[in-house]
Design a protein around this ligand. Structure first.
Ligand code: ZN
Length: 343
């Protein structure tokens, strides 16, 4: 079992950048035009082979079925959001189990029916076959990546209870994340091209104008990205917003700060789980997220400005692991995201 999952994860690690880049090309410009496609990871991700065989609350059979679905989706170059739709569908249809029967002549993981042209009963007994049929049909649906999960799933399944899929979206994201990456990947529809195969995104484009703990700034706990005023700031990975605050030693966060003012200005902290947090400082105005909000990798959380201890517009970005600040550049590079991309 573990071998299978490791294999699937290895395949994803090797190939996922291709469909991600294809998705970027297909999407063209649009709302995400300022989100550069992520690059293939240049180094093996830490712990990529450590995907859990059993995820809390789900047993090995269910986890193996998720790995099968993801493996088939990846082979067919279905973007990761499609994997989430498939897993949410299967949670509803069969509880992630390859059932021998079901309602009328429904069979298996996806509860597809021989009488409806999905295949023979023998073919449909194979989870990989069912997953393949699901993805084949999903890819024929115009605009499926922009649809609510329920609509996309029902366009494939034609369920009597289409609204039932939506309630499994959060679980599906977590399960796909756990199998694909130890970092708890969260994949929003429509910004997949912003997100690396390991679930991380560039917080803002722009050159590095000041590095982490450099010789002349040994206490500089983050990296300064020289993005212009007004640039969208994106969550570097999925997580929960734990801080939204204005922090200045004098004045307000609604005007530009200066080097003589102390504080991060308007800033956001996101907790990504597993002891990893990120911080986004000097925002132009009160951030668009609130404490307790779940955010996805690549999701906009604010706008670049110059509030607080700042000499000009930029994003001060920090990564902390168990509270200890860590150089964000190699940390994100290991997850397939390269800070310092041109605006
Ligand atoms: Zn800084």
């Amino acid at each position: 079992m573990k071998k299978l999952i490791s294999l699937v994860v290895a395949i994803i690690a090797a190939c996922a950048a291709v469909p991600l880049l294809s998705a970027a090309a297909l999407h063209g410009g649009g709302a995400m035009a300022d989100c550069p496609p992520t690059a293939t990871p240049t180094t093996a991700a830490p712990g990529i082979g450590d995907a859990p065989t059993v995820i809390a609350g789900w047993d090995a059979e269910q986890t193996a079925n998720i790995a099968t679905i993801i493996g088939v989706g990846n082979t067919k170059r279905v973007p990761p959001w499609g994997w989430v739709i498939a897993v949410a569908t299967v949670i509803q249809e069969s509880g992630l189990r390859n059932l021998p029967g079901g309602d009328r002549d429904s069979i298996g993981l996806f509860q597809q029916r021989p009488s409806q042209g999905w295949g023979t009963a023998k073919q449909l007994a194979d989870p990989a076959y069912q997953a393949g049929k699901f993805f084949h049909k999903l890819l024929t649906i115009d605009g499926w990546q922009q649809m609510p999960l329920t609509d996309a799933a029902d366009a494939v399944q034609r369920s009597a209870y289409p609204d039932a899929y939506a309630k499994h979206e959060a679980d599906a994201v977590v399960l796909v994340s756990a199998v694909v990456s130890r970092f708890g990947r969260v994949i929003p529809g429509g910004v997949e091209q912003c997100v690396s195969s390991l679930g991380w995104a560039l917080p803002a484009p722009g050159p590095i104008v000041s590095g982490w703990r450099t010789a002349d700034r040994p206490t500089h706990a983050g990296v300064d990205i020289g993005a212009p005023r007004g640039t969208t700031i994106r969550a570097a990975a999925g997580g929960i917003v734990v801080t939204v605050r204005c922090n200045v030693s004098e004045g307000t966060c609604d005007t530009d700060g200066s080097p003589s003012i102390k504080g991060c200005g308007y800033y956001v902290d996101i907790d990504h789980g597993q002891g990893v947090t990120t911080r986004y400082c000097h925002q132009l105005r009160r951030p668009s997220v609130h404490v307790g909000q779940s955010v996805a990798a690549g999701q906009p959380i604010g706008i670049v400005g110059s509030s607080g201890n700042s000499s000009g517009p930029h994003l001060h970005f920090e990564v902390r692991i168990n509270g200890v600040d860590t150089n964000p550049v190699p940390f994100l590079a290991a997850s397939g995201v390269h800070i310092g991309q041109p605006v």
